[in-house]
Design a protein around this ligand. Structure first.
Ligand SMILES: Nc1ncnc2c1ncn2[C@@H]1O[C@H](COP(=O)(O)OP(=O)(O)OP(=O)(O)O)[C@@H](O)[C@H]1O
Ligand SMILES: [Mg+2]
Length: 386
């Protein structure tokens, strides 16, 4: 298990910085995920850690070794860092069979033949490929090829493994199963893992810690539930699946809870747990479509009445686009919780309630700009479960 400390890591391509002064610590034995949209710098970070890319500036310490220190011109190449790697494209050697692919890093490490054969068999057993050792890797399914890549990465018992979107070429069911296998191999072989994905669900189910990136910087890091329940910016909230992010103003603060009025409406949300905001601050109020419930009758904070404009039937749920006080709101109703005739349909008017402990106040410096365009950029597709 290897601990990693990164400080001031910058990588420029020409004049453009793909990474900008990144600081981060990866604790020994943790499963850490880098999450963010295309182009935010996930692969570049991983390649700098693995030694496949030379940083423009910065320092990287792995375990007790300084592997990069640009100020001292220190650079330890990939093959001297004792790391394992798994790529989206599998990157197996096509002319070798399964056994020889897994054995390769052990040969490089000069492990004796007998021990090597035992280790390869152990690794093939661990990824459920015990009987396929002699098969050419070109005659395997995508899922099987990725399991060979996993076995190969783990074979030499590296202290740390880097994964760059290893499951994105697999269908969704297999992706889930393989994700679970990746995590259980991490536990069993007691490695540190750094995993790159742009899929928030994968990040949440696999990780001890998630680092969200945007344009070469870290915007938030924390446990999966920190990020899922308490995003600290509109960017992270959107990325973590908050389908409703409404610009507003703080109208009251009572201890650790705040009251926010949504711009240009009479909608008020109160009793929302929040950090450091003051009356008069600009703030977004954010909540998930699934956390707004049909709430016939009654009035008060966090309730809104609106007309259903559109419904999307998903089987287990129905997504609604509701227009309330001129604002589009996304609501998801679970069909299991409603009698068939009670499921809202287009044209009907209903009252909905958002429970305050499910909503989030996003302080002004991280809030969305106060213009109407912001709301219209959220697509209806965003209501679908992600
Ligand atoms: N070899 C290169 N030369 C020039 N620019 C590059 C190079 N590699 C990456 N970049 C740029 O650096 C930025 C970060 O790229 P990176 O591959 O790290 O993104 P990513 O988060 O992995 O994206 P994706 O999810 O699409 O894989 C992008 O703007 C990209 O165009
Ligand atoms: Mg990438």
């Amino acid at each position: 298990m290897t601990e990693v400390q990164v400080s001031g890591l910058t990588k420029k391509y020409g004049a453009k910085a793909a990474l900008h002064e990144l600081d981060l610590t990866i604790e020994s034995g943790q499963f850490v995920t880098l999450l963010g949209p295309s182009g935010c710098g996930k692969t570049t970070t991983l390649r700098c850690l693995a030694g496949l890319e030379r940083p423009t500036s910065g320092r990287i310490v792995m375990g007790d070794r300084v592997v990069v220190d640009t100020a001292r011109r220190t650079f330890v190449p990939a093959d001297k860092r004792r790391v394992g790697m798994v790529f989206q494209s599998y990157a197996l050697w096509p002319h070798l069979n399964v056994t020889d692919n897994v054995a390769y890093p052990l040969k490089v490490a000069r492990m004796a033949g007998r021990e090597r054969a035992q280790r390869v068999q152990e690794m093939l057993d661990a990824v459920d490929l015990s009987d396929l050792g002699k098969r050419p890797v070109t005659a395997l399914s995508g899922g099987q090829q990725q399991r060979v890549a996993l076995a190969r990465a783990l074979a030499a018992r590296p202290g740390i493994i880097f994964y760059d979107e290893p499951l994105s070429n697999l269908d969704s069911k297999l992706r889930y199963q393989m994700g679970q296998q990746v995590r259980s191999l991490h536990n069993r072989f007691e490695t540190t893992s750094v995993y790159v994905t742009h899929d928030q669900e994968e990040a949440i189910t696999l990780s001890d810690r998630i680092i969200v990136m945007s344009e070469g910087v870290i915007v938030q890091s924390g446990t999966p539930s920190d990020l899922y329940d308490r995003p600290n910016s509109a960017y992270v909230a959107d990325f973590m699946g908050f389908q409703n992010i409404l610009p507003g103003t703080v109208t009251g603060v009572h201890g650790k809870t705040a009251e926010v009025r949504v711009d240009g409406t009479s909608l008020v949300f109160s009793g929302i747990t929040t950090g450091d905001v003051s009356v008069g601050d600009r703030a977004d109020i954010a909540f998930r479509a699934a956390h707004a419930r049909l709430s016939p009758g009654g009035s008060g904070s966090g309730r809104f009445r609106g007309t259903v404009e559109r419904t999307t039937y998903l089987g287990s749920a129905v997504n609604l686009l509701v227009r309330a006080d001129g604002l589009p709101m996304r609501v998801r109703t679970e069909t299991a919780e409603l009698a068939a005739e009670s499921v809202p349909t287009a044209g009907e008017e209903h009252t909905f309630a958002v429970s305050p402990d499910r909503a989030v106040v996003i302080p002004h410096e991280n809030a969305a700009p106060a213009d109407d365009d912001y709301l219209t950029t959220m697509t209806d597709a965003a209501v679908a479960p992600r």
